[in-house]
Design a protein around this ligand. Structure first.
Ligand code: ZN
Ligand code: ZN
Length: 93
């Protein structure tokens, strides 16, 4: 069952959504698609946020990242892949 409690805040990867998923919120997770809302529309949508196509917030400096900019990186935390948007690959703040 790919249903998890979000270990940290993230962004729904469903096309047409891209809304925030709050820490502690139940969400749908598949390593191929990332975290999504439990709503069927989100679970079954095409992947939308990877590459970064929507406005997001840099995970490091918290600046807004406009759609189509920034970078999406995949990290593995406790054997779980996690997709993080940053404003630039070199951002370290
Ligand atoms: Zn969603
Ligand atoms: Zn940044």
């Amino acid at each position: 069952m790919p249903m998890i409690v979000a270990a940290k805040a993230g962004t729904c990867t469903a096309a047409g959504c891209g809304a925030r998923i709050r820490k502690g919120e139940m969400c749908w997770f598949e390593s191929a698609t990332g975290t999504r809302h439990l709503e069927r529309a989100c679970r079954e949508a095409q992947a939308g946020a990877r590459p970064n196509r929507r406005a997001a917030t840099c995970a490091r400096c918290r600046r807004r990242v406009p759609p189509g900019q920034g970078s999406l990186t995949v990290t593995e935390i406790r054997r779980r892949k996690s997709y993080i948007v940053t404003c630039a690959p070199s951002c370290t703040e």
